[in-house]
Design a protein around this ligand. Structure first.
Ligand SMILES: C[S@@+](CC[C@H](N)C(=O)[O-])C[C@H]1O[C@@H](n2cnc3c(N)ncnc32)[C@H](O)[C@@H]1O
Ligand code: SF4
Length: 364
């Protein structure tokens, strides 16, 4: 039987606006047009209230797009009743949008985690990616942000030919000098509809991607960062609770353009059309998650984390023994050094984490 928690404690809110469009970005985003922002935020608050949440949330994540590109005052006010001192409340932003006034407004409303799309500290690479900020701006603004926040993530993008090993090592050194607690890494994907795709740019080959990731892993783990999920590194105690909720296959609310949610055994996807969204036609896909799919999600997501699959929890959720049921396959992957097992958990090894899709395919 599927064990569902009766309350959902995580909320994702999507703000799709950006002041510029990066050459590689395939996320739901729109060029910032001021005259629809107000209407969007009001519709978003309507969607929030429709959820009828009547308890405090453990995590809130305002992501984008670029949430800091717009005035969030009304939204922050509407969220206040769900926030207490235990809520992990993250806002994602562009380094250049941060100023003292904005920061103080965030603090006043319970925001306690900041995620910044730094991507690189190399000005040539930043220009290549179509980012609007420079290395000098990153270092300057980070000093200000660090005066007010002690839980900060920065994103790092890799996996492209223009990033030499020498440059990557230098960027990592500079990332470490920024003194943040969390680093999310993204391997560049060239997707249809992006500027890079139209320019016929190619992704780096797997060998280079793995070589670059090896260097990222070695450098960060030697400097007190812990890889708690395949692409995410943090100092101890600074893992993102919001993202762990996804990777633990727990349910979550998601509101805003293109947002995903997982509620009462259904996975939903919101519309990507702003016109439809503003008409309050929010949901465009709805899928009932069968028991078999739920098991697949559970295994797939948990294997991304450093804790892996907790066998006791699996038994509690699905009333069956994962190890007994998959003994031969697990033994095969352990022999191949793709999985390891301790008393309570099945965990992907470093090599296993590079071929997770293949492992999952074999299980299901
Ligand atoms: C959608 S963005 C939101 C953060 C913020 N807008 C920013 O970039 O400053 C979240 C992350 O997705 C990454 N991303 C977007 N498109 C990508 C792609 N095609 N390949 C790899 N990462 C991508 C970005 O690098 C970014 O760090
Ligand atoms: S990467 Fe971030 S800032 Fe750039 S276009 Fe995408 S959402 Fe906007």
């Amino acid at each position: 039987m599927i064990h569902l928690e009766n309350k959902i404690y995580s909320l994702y809110i999507h703000i799709p606006f950006c002041k510029h469009i990066c050459f590689y970005c395939d996320f739901p985003k729109l060029f910032l047009i001021n005259n629809i922002v107000d209407k969007y935020l009001k519709t978003l608050i309507f969607e929030l209230q429709k959820l009828k949440i009547n308890h405090k949330l453990k995590t809130i994540y305002i992501g984008g797009g670029t949430p800091t590109s717009v005035k969030l005052t009304l939204l922050l006010k509407a969220l206040k009743k769900y926030v207490d001192k235990n809520t992990e409340f993250t806002i994602e932003g562009d380094i250049n949008d941060f100023n003292k006034k904005k920061i103080l407004e965030f603090k006043k409303n319970g925001v306690n985690r900041i995620s910044i799309g730094v991507q690189s500290t190399d000005n040539k690479i930043l220009r290549h990616l179509g980012r609007a900020h420079t290395k000098e701006q990153i270092f300057k603004k980070m000093q200000l942000i660090k005066q007010y926040f002690s839980n900060i993530n920065i994103d790092l993008i890799y996996g492209f030919n223009e990033l030499s090993i020498k440059k990557l090592r230098h960027i990592l050194k500079e990332y470490l000098s920024l003194g943040v607690q969390h680093i999310s890494t993204y391997s560049l994907e060239i997707k249809k509809g992006t500027i890079f795709f139209n320019q016929n740019k190619k992704e780096a080959d797997d060998k280079l991607v793995c070589r670059q990731f090896d260097i990222i892993f070695d450098t960060l783990t030697k400097n007190n960062f812990f890889r708690y999920e395949i692409s995410n590194f943090s100092k101890k105690g600074f893992e993102s609770k919001h993202n762990l909720n996804y990777w633990k296959n727990k349910e979550f609310y998601g509101i805003g353009l293109g947002a995903a949610s997982y509620v009462n055994g259904f996975r939903y996807k919101n519309t990507l059309s702003m016109t439809e969204y503003l008409k309050k036609n929010f949901i465009c896909e709805r899928e009932k998650i069968s028991l078999a799919e739920n098991k697949k999600y559970y295994v797939m997501l948990n294997l991304r984390t450093s804790q892996g699959i907790n066998l006791d929890e699996y038994k509690k959720v699905f009333s069956e023994d994962f190890f007994e049921k998959n003994k031969e396959k697990i033994k095969y992957f352990i022999k191949k050094k793709f999985l390891r097992k301790n008393k309570k958990n099945i965990i992907a090894t470093y090599d296993g984490s590079m071929v997770l899709d293949r492992i999952i395919m074999d299980f299901f």
